[in-house]
Design a protein around this ligand. Sequence first.
Ligand SMILES: Cc1cc2nc3c(=O)[nH]c(=O)nc-3n(C[C@H](O)[C@H](O)[C@H](O)COP(=O)(O)OP(=O)(O)OC[C@H]3O[C@@H](n4cnc5c(N)ncnc54)[C@H](O)[C@@H]3O)c2cc1C
Ligand code: FES
Length: 256
Amino acid sequence: MKKQMTDFRVVAREDYLPNFFVLTLQGGEPLDEVRPGQFVEVAVPDCREVMLRRPISVHDVDVEAGTLSLLVQVVGRGTERLSQVAVGSTLNVIWSLGRGFSVAGERVLLVGGGTGVAPLLYLAKCYAARGVRPTLLLGGRTSGLIPTLSRYEPWGRLCVATDDGSLGERGLVTEHSCFAEPYDHICACGPTPMMKAVARSARQRGIDCEVSLENMMACGLGACLCCVAATDEGHKCVCREGPVFDIKHLNQWMNE
Ligand SMILES: Cc1cc2nc3c(=O)[nH]c(=O)nc-3n(C[C@H](O)[C@H](O)[C@H](O)COP(=O)(O)OP(=O)(O)OC[C@H]3O[C@@H](n4cnc5c(N)ncnc54)[C@H](O)[C@@H]3O)c2cc1C
Ligand code: FES
């Protein structure tokens, strides 16, 4: 799909404690070609300290309503400023970037940790459109760090793991009872150690697996080379050739 730069109007903003928010954007553009796992580059408005756009995953798309949603965690100045944008204001966005998930498989596990849960909502909806009800395994250190849980419920079997046991099963996502069930496809997005643990387990069990890498990015367009990852076919730009990779090409990354 052609990359576009669009002034989107912020049509809704929802805040989730402790530091998450969802922005719903409308730009008058048809969104039917946006793939789950793709991301956008958002220009941070009225903030001289933040020159570079910020990469944020596509959280949800409503093709009929023409809206695209972003789930964001405040971690620094850019996301702090984005958390203050008012409904009715405009955000300049380059979209939709990168390669998304393949939406393959019949017995499917989607694993997300932290803000890595963001792309899994639209991914689960795309599976549902194919008649596949995935298992959604969402993890975080504590219950407050898994925002917007109720949004996922209609689209799959929801399982939760928290480090402190405040919600769902206590422990890592890879220790959750649903993780060991038989699947033919796994998709993961979240902290690198979590994705490596999921990928290594999938490789050992012979399950197809895709992971979404969130390397630091600048241009988001394949020009600055600041986002490269070591793959079995050499270094690749995560922004252009990812962020989603099949782990068949990531043996080196898994072994690092
Ligand atoms: C493809 C992709 C998709 C992403 N999707 C989402 C999303 O859906 N929701 C979301 O909240 N965030 C997402 N991120 C991370 C988001 O881009 C960063 O949190 C954001 O750029 C930080 O900007 P800032 O100005 O607030 O923080 P900065 O002041 O730039 O940094 C604050 C802290 O955040 C860390 N940080 C910055 N960028 C990243 C990064 N890419 N990965 C890990 N740590 C980082 C910095 O090391 C620093 O410690 C995504 C990143 C990528 C590459
Ligand atoms: S962010 Fe510039 S090449 Fe990927």
